[in-house]
Each structure stands twice: as C-alpha cells, then as structure tokens.
Design a protein around this ligand. Structure first.
Ligand code: ADP
Length: 306
C-alpha cells in the first residue's frame, strides 16, 4: 500500500498516461513514489479497438519496486566486488613491474613476498565470494542432526594456530547437555569459524576468547508466536569492540568498521554476511552485543532438535 499522497500521485499519473495513450495509441511511464514505503510503478496504456474504431483506452499498473530493489542490490554488489579486487590487482601490477628491474636480491625478495601476500588477498576474496554464493544458492539442503559441541570443537581446532600466532587464548565452556540442532554441518562450522576468526583478529595480544553453548527457553516473539527452544553458541572477546552506529551495518557484504585496519587483519568484509546467511538457512539468527574498547559477543542461535 502506498500513502494517500502516493495514491494521489499515482492516480494523477494514470489519468495522464490514459490521455496520452488515447491520443498516441500507446503510452508508458514509470513513477517513483517516495513513500514511505518507497514504491516504483510502471503504468502502460493502450487503446483497444474492435478492428475498425477505438473503443477505449486501458491502463496496466505494475509495481516494479521489488525488481528495482534487486537490480540495485546486484549493481551495488558488482561495483563493490570490482572495487575490492581492483586495489590488490593494481598493487600486483606495480609490484611485478618494479620487480622486473630490481637488481638487489634482498629488495627483489621483499617485493616477491608482497606479491605473494597481495595474491593471497585476492584469493581470499574470491574464496569468500564463492562460499557466499554457494551458501546463498543452496539454502540448507542437508537436514542431518548436528551435535553442537562437536561442530564448535571442530571450528575451535581450525582456529587454534591462528589464535596462537595472535597470542590469544581460547576457552571453551562445554555445556552439560548434548544439544543437537539440524542442518548442514559444513555451513555451520564455517559460520562458527568466521565468528572465531573475527574474535581472534580483533583481540589484543594476551586477550582471551570465551566460547559457550547454552539452551534458550522458548519465548514469544513480536507476533505472539512461540520461538524456541534454541541453542545459543556465544563467542565473547575482549577486543576493540564495535561502535554503536556501525552495529546495524556489519552484516552487510564488504562493510568494515575500519577499512584500514581490515587490510591489516586480512579481512574481506564478507565473513559476517556468510554467518547471517547460514543462520537464516537454518531458521536461526546471529545477534551481537558490543561495546567499543571493551569487546564483543556474537551469538549464533539455532533451533534445537528435540
Ligand atoms: P572482516 O573480514 O573485515 O572481518 P566481517 O564481515 O567478518 O569482515 O566483519 C565486518 C566488520 O565488523 C569487520 O571489518 C570489523 O570492523 C567488525 N567486526 C566483526 N567482528 C568483530 C569483533 N569480534 N570485534 C570487533 N569488530 C568486529
């Protein structure tokens, strides 16, 4: 539904397109109604006749808002991907050119190392993009029971070396019960891994990351439906934290609070969008509680298999 004001604009446009259609045979116009909600309508008019003379003019109104929105998202995404790849690719070209004329083996060696790290960066972006597109397109095809402690332990093992390199300790508080969820083990492990990876890289040396698993009792949501029980996998760090104004946006693709720092940490800006998709595919959600300078807690909440 559009507002009254929107209705008036649409009605006015329909009248005009009908008049134009009547005199020209056909007419078309697309109008934007700035709402809220924002809407885009396409109005097409054409004359109907009985083969000899015109009988009248008919208008078709199509709400193309959703199609427009999807086109915008696609366009933004392509622009973002190109931009993200452009920087390391530009660096690669320059480094290779410099290397070509470098006679000092020590300098040549450093240049080669930088080429290697830029290539690694491109590779990470492409791998994350492929993961994201796979997770978006496949939904949750696997519906196997997943023991939550086991997949968390698996993700922790995968992050251990990186945690040691960052001098960050990992503490896993094992739950008393064996909670089980349902879904795709591989997707869930990569989501937990992405959250652990962030907790480690955004922690100071000497920091600790605490991982816990709890049961969340059923609650009524805003619509009055009962939700739960859920299994809540929480990952708490004592790292840099996230400013309140950025909290809404960190799940967007390529969004980073501090792009300069993200370059240092090797982040692609895609990790949390992957986590959000995995949560959605499993009928769950990912929530965050963070305070700048104090640390963050990310929690993946999944329906419990009872
Ligand atoms: P990245 O690959 O850059 O880490 P993500 O999508 O995983 O991308 O995260 C988006 C942004 O959210 C990060 O760039 C960072 O600014 C912020 N962020 C995510 N997790 C944490 C965390 N545990 N502590 C502080 N900031 C975080």
């Amino acid at each position: 539904m559009v507002s009254r004001y929107g209705d008036a604009i649409a009605a006015q446009a329909v009248t005009e397109v009908l008049a134009e259609g009547w005199s020209n045979g056909v007419a078309e116009r697309t109008i934007d109604i700035y709402g809220p909600p924002r809407r885009t309508l396409t109005i097409r008019a054409s004359v109907i006749d009985d083969g000899r003379r015109p009988l009248g003019v008919i208008a078709f109104i199509e709400d193309v808002s959703e199609r427009r929105r999807l086109e915008d998202i696609r366009r933004d995404f392509i622009a973002n991907v190109s931009h993200e790849l452009k920087t390391p690719m530009g660096a690669l070209g320059l480094l290779a050119e410099t290397l070509q004329f470098e006679r000092d083996p020590a300098v040549a060696n450093r240049l080669a190392e930088r080429i290697n790290s830029e290539a690694f960066r491109v590779n990470r972006i492409i791998e994350d993009l492929l993961d994201l597109s796979r997770i978006e397109s496949e939904g949750s095809p696997m519906r196997e029971p997943v023991p939550v402690s086991l997949i968390v332990a698996d993700a922790i093992e995968r992050i251990r070396t990186s945690a040691e390199q960052h001098a960050v300790t990992l503490e896993f508080i094992e739950p008393e019960a064996n909670y089980v969820s349902v879904g795709d083990r591989r997707q869930l492990i990569s989501a937990i891994h992405a959250l652990l990876e962030n907790a480690v890289v955004y922690s100071p040396a000497g920091g600790s990351v605490v991982i816990s698993i709890d049961r969340v009792e059923p609650t009524a949501n805003d619509e009055g439906d009962v939700v739960g029980p859920l299994v809540r996998i929480a990952i708490r760090d004592q790292g840099v934290g996230i400013p309140a104004k950025d909290l809404e946006r960190i799940f967007e693709r390529f969004y980073r609070v501090d792009p300069g720092r993200a370059r240092e940490t090797g982040g692609t800006g895609l990790g949390l969008s992957i986590v959000r998709h995995v949560a959605q595919n499993h009928g769950g959600s990912v929530v965050v509680d963070s305070r700048e300078g104090e640390g963050s807690t990310f929690a993946l909440e999944l329906p419990m298999n009872q």
